[in-house]
Design a protein around this ligand. Structure first.
Ligand code: F6R
Length: 667
């Protein structure tokens, strides 16, 4: 992420905050700092007390600590740990238990003495809890208190499970989980009713007594609450704001999580800026929103009133800036996502040649293509491009058992109706066995793999139907079933060479002019981010091949976020009729209707989210003073430096070199 500030005149951040290009770099840094402290204590023959967190935030810290243990002789023999919290009630053997989490991610792989590990006990009787919590506090104190505390932050602003309303002097105790926290936890539980309502957690005071605190935040989905925690007033409504009072806290964020800090969101409010076209566009769209006026109506007074007089003094009059930015946004709008043949393409987002382009739409799950770019998908096909869609993962965990049962029963009844003898063949027996396994919820590895196979095939059928509705012939629909996804759990394997080669091979076969991919950075551990990483790495493999120079990468956003307007480079209008057709394509994904398993934290159905988002974007353009459309889909182009250098001479496209808050950006 570009730091736009020339001088920091006045800091609004109330905790020391370090921003890393990638979560891994920040996590490795924190792990190395912890390792250093452990080694120092070893030299002094002393123990060290670590306060540990679970969840996605510290996973890479633990991975790096395990690596340091295995490869660089880091011993944990002098380490004593206290975990922040545990669900209540919770069996330590359950897959959602924090005991199991800690064993899997850390304790099973290091030489920590078992008696040095402390995790709140989720199996106690209610009557025992209070005493147990007092004892937990006593134990922490008896070891001299926590030396280093690791923290993640929940979207409610909780630390540990200290939810909004927690008091500064709270100690280890039983708490009720916030509704939002329970919704976020849904990804780890099969059914909503299984998510515990309670937890045992260290208190704010317990955490604040730690000598050193690391607060970790990765991904855009944390940006909103982190801005409040770091820049907001201290309040029990956002318990992480208490950390502002800690004398030795440091916050570590990746660029996505830092996005809403004022230094990135509105840097002109805190210092003198290095203005470039992107920052000016960001400032002007921000100003238009704050002043409630379309761009062409903004005056010098508006710029001054909202802290942007620096821009009009240093750059140009408001009149010139307004026109420049209006035109820039105007040029992002095109009904020709594959380029308009025989038209001047100087200010168009895509090249006019070749008239008919080869296109690959990568879809992380089997429905992201139609949800996120269903309108553009149809236009590309209608405008005569050779469109291929590639479903990167099987999406098999997001199908209910009852759906698998329905299809297996159907298959059995079909063969029975055709010929009763078929039921007694090996094929019929196999189908009956698979049906039994689903009904009995058989979780043995082989049975679970059978069920996943059925679920994956259900999603294949739906994806095929959606793509067919958009006009694709069968041979242009590809199912990649990337292996990293196939764990049967929400936690996936790390990306491997096999995954990357699958993508590179398809690209080599098709030699696309355009590649569309989900550019989601909202969840750095999520499937979308891994699928995108696979595409980046595949590009690395093919970049020397001539066709790769021409293979422009366009990023769309998944179901959750839209690009901010100033980052959009291509906005494709969707007419009311196209929007209805897009809805029909989303409807093909029957297994995802009416609350699929792991639905995320938005209760709207996918077609509703997609339509709201596409209409919101059209409204945002309208409010800025551009034409009024029914709906719009948006894309941002990823520019590889090697691609820019080798740009074909007969393309007159006016390529913007755009710094982006992303690690792979060329700037
Ligand atoms: C976990 C804990 C929680 C998490 C927080 C963020 O022990 O106490 O406060 O740190 O909910 O969770 P993730 O990291 O999964 O986003």
């Amino acid at each position: 992420m570009r730091n736009y500030l020339k001088y920091q005149l006045r800091s609004v951040e109330k905790m020391p905050t370090k921003i890393w290009p990638k979560a891994k770099e920040g996590s490795d840094h924190v792990a190395r700092s912890i390792a250093l402290a452990i080694r120092q204590r070893q030299q002094e023959n002393q123990h060290i007390v670590l306060g540990l967190a679970t969840g996605s935030s510290p996973i890479q810290v633990y991975r790096e600590l395990v690596r340091l243990h295995k490869e660089e002789d880091l011993s944990f023999h002098n380490v004593i740990t206290f975990n922040l919290d545990e669900y209540y009630p919770m069996d330590p053997g359950a897959i959602q238990s924090y005991v199991r989490f800690m064993n899997e991610h850390l304790f099973d792989h290091i030489d920590i003495p078992k008696e040095n590990v402390h995790i709140p006990d989720g199996t106690l009787d209610m009557a025992e809890v209070e005493k147990y919590c007092q004892e937990y506090e006593r134990k922490i104190n008896s070891h001299g208190g926590i030396d280093i505390q690791l923290l993640g932050i929940g979207r409610t602003g909780h630390i540990g499970f200290n939810e909004p309303g927690s008091w500064e002097n709270s100690e280890t105790r039983m708490v009720r989980l916030d509704a939002l926290t329970r919704r976020d936890a849904a990804k780890d539980f099969d059914r909503e009713q299984d998510i515990p309502y309670r937890a045992i957690t260290m208190g704010i005071k317990t955490i604040m007594n730690a000598k050193k605190i690391y607060l970790l935040g990765w991904g855009q989905h944390k940006a909103y609450i982190l801005q409040k925690a770091i820049e907001g007033e201290i309040t029990p409504n956002i318990p992480s704001t208490y950390l502002q009072k800690h004398p030795n806290v440091s916050v570590h964020l990746d660029t996505g999580a830092a996005e809403l800090l004022t230094r990135f969101d509105a840097p002109w409010l805190i210092g003198i800026c290095n203005w470039d076209e992107d920052l000016i566009c960001k400032a002007v769209t921000w100003l238009s929103d704050r002043a409630g006026k379309p761009i062409l109506k903004l005056t010098n007074e508006d710029y001054a009133e909202y802290g942007l007089s620096d821009l009009t003094i240093e750059q140009a009059s408001s009149y010139d800036i307004n026109i420049r930015m209006f035109n820039r946004l105007q040029h992002t709008i095109t009904g020709w996502p594959g380029g308009k043949p025989n038209a001047d393409d100087t200010t168009r987002p895509e090249r006019r040649t070749p008239d008919s382009k080869r296109v690959i739409i990568f879809s992380p799950h089997p429905d992201d293509d139609v949800i996120s770019m269903g309108g553009t998908f149809q236009r590309l096909v209608d405008q005569g491009h050779e469109v291929h869609v590639a479903y990167q993962t099987s999406g098999n965990i997001a199908v209910h058992d009852h759906h698998a049962r329905l299809f297996l029963e159907f298959s059995l009844e079909l063969i029975n109706a055709k010929s009763k003898e078929l039921v007694n063949t090996d094929y019929g027996k196999e189908l009956s066995k698979m049906l039994r396994q689903v009904i009995q919820k058989n979780e043995k590895p082989k049975a679970a793999a059978d069920t996943r196979l059925v679920k994956g095939l259900i999603r294949r059928g739906e994806a095929r139907a959606g793509a067919r509705l958009c006009g694709l012939p069968e041979k242009q629909i590809h199912f990649l079933d990337m292996p990293f996804y196939e764990t049967g759990k929400t936690r996936k394997k790390p990306l491997g060479n096999e995954d990357i080669n699958i993508i590179a091979d398809l690209m080599r076969t098709i030699k696309p002019h355009q590649v569309y991919a989900a550019g989601d950075l909202a969840d750095p551990h999520g499937t979308h981010a891994t699928c995108l990483e696979a595409i980046f790495q595949a590009y690395e493999l093919v970049k020397k091949e001539a066709w790769a120079q021409e293979a422009w990468l366009w990023l769309y956003r998944g179901a959750w976020h839209e690009w901010p307007v100033y980052e959009i480079e291509m906005a494709v209008p969707i007419s009311p009729t196209e929007l209805l057709k897009k809805r029909d394509a989303i409807f093909m994904h029957q297994s995802q209707k009416d609350r699929p398993p792991f639905p995320g934290n938005d209760s709207r159905e996918f077609w509703q989210r997609a339509e709201d988002r596409n209409k919101d974007l059209a409204n945002a353009y309208r409010r800025l003073g551009l034409a009024e459309y029914e709906a719009m889909e948006a894309f941002s182009r990823w520019k590889f430096p090697w691609q820019e250098a080798g740009k074909s001479v007969n393309h007159t496209h006016n390529s913007k070199s755009k710094p982006k808050p992303r690690a792979h950006s060329k700037s």
